[in-house]
Design a protein around this ligand. Structure first.
Ligand code: NDP
Length: 296
């Protein structure tokens, strides 16, 4: 028996379609579409590709986008001033600051001036506090995408044992908080956890976010478990020398035999993360402008 494959690309496309439909309604009702500002500092090629994709996604849903590209030698003070101005700008609904920032800029100081009501990546301290306290707020997109995918496999996650492998601020910690909010019994594992395979075998839901290619083996997976593979790792191709391929943190082919449901890499959590940014922009716009936001 092979696991149900949770097709993140298809589910993300559904979500983008829903966002686009709501944007069209908002435009006709209020004469205005939400606006996402993307701030990019420096010349990192990967960051440029990511931001270009986010801008394209935003415009495809009918939302407005504002790109702020700054040179690599931008001072910390200048970047802080730009983010402050965007936070105060009535026309801007969401702000993303593409990470990593150049080494001379303290990311925390920049995030400190980003309005939590426009924090579409859910990275500010206030967003993290709202999540920890169970208050409404903008949630980080990768963990939220992980929960949506798990719920496609099992509508009600209540009472399930959920093991989150990884405790980063970006993924592991917010994922644990979000699965807790779904009434799971959550365990967080990390590099100091003893007997990781045994911990994993107890999990009805296994969320792997460690950045270690295929570390989670098939025999670590409890039969029937929901496996959410957040990892994105580039490794040498098996077929063509000099080429690379993407793998997750889970040995997919092995886990497919044991799991009840599993996300592929690529095409699982990644596309959900991208689509989540659009939904968060919509949520931020509706909350700030006092518009009704349909549940999506
Ligand atoms: P970090 O490197 O920030 O965190 C990794 C976590 O894994 C740490 O908590 C670390 O433990 C733990 N860990 C590392 N090695 C081991 C090990 N051998 N055994 C047990 N635990 C271990 O990574 P991120 O959380 O930022 O990202 C995790 C993965 O998710 C990466 O592959 C990244 O590319 C991917 N990612 C995917 C996204 C998507 O859209 N799909 C978005 C963001 C990230 P400790 O704290 O003890 O050091």
């Amino acid at each position: 028996v092979s696991a149900l494959v949770l097709d993140g690309a298809a589910i993300a496309a559904e979500l983008r379609g829903e966002v686009a439909a709501i944007v069209a309604q908002l435009k006709s009702k209020h004469g205005k579409a939400p606006c996402l500002a993307a701030v990019l500092v420096g010349d990192d090629p990967a960051s440029h590709v990511y931001v270009a994709a986010k801008v394209r996604d935003t415009e495809e849903t009918g939302m407005r986008s504002l790109e702020v590209r700054l040179p690599a030698d931008t001072s910390e003070a200048d970047l802080i001033a730009r983010v402050k101005a965007l936070s105060a700008d009535e026309e801007v609904d969401g702000i993303l600051v593409q990470l990593p920032l150049p080494a001379h800029i303290d990311q925390n100081k920049v995030l400190a001036v980003l309005s939590p009501d426009k924090d579409v990546d859910g990275l500010t301290e206030i967003s993290a506090g709202r999540l920890a306290l169970g208050k409404p707020g903008l949630r980080p997109c990768t963990p939220e995408g992980s929960v949506i995918l798990a719920k496609r496999a099992q509508k009600d996650l209540s009472g399930a044992n959920c093991l989150v492998l990884g405790r980063s601020i970006l993924v592991g910690k917010p994922a644990a908080a979000l699965f807790l909010a779904e009434n799971c019994t959550v365990t967080i594992a990390h590099s100091r956890t003893r007997d990781l395979p045994a911990r994993c075998r107890e999990a009805d839901i296994l969320v792997a976010a460690i950045g270690r290619p295929e570390m989670v083996r098939g025999d670590w997976v409890k039969p029937g478990a929901i496996v959410i593979d957040v990892g994105i790792n580039r490794v040498p191709s098996l077929k063509t020398q000099g080429k690379t391929r993407l793998v997750g943190d889970v040995a997919y082919a092995e886990a497919l035999e044991t799991a009840g449901a599993i996300t592929p890499v690529p095409g699982g959590v990644g596309p959900m993360t991208r689509a989540g940014l659009l939904r968060n922009t919509l949520r931020a716009a509706c909350a700030r402008r006092g518009w009704d936001m349909p549940a999506i």
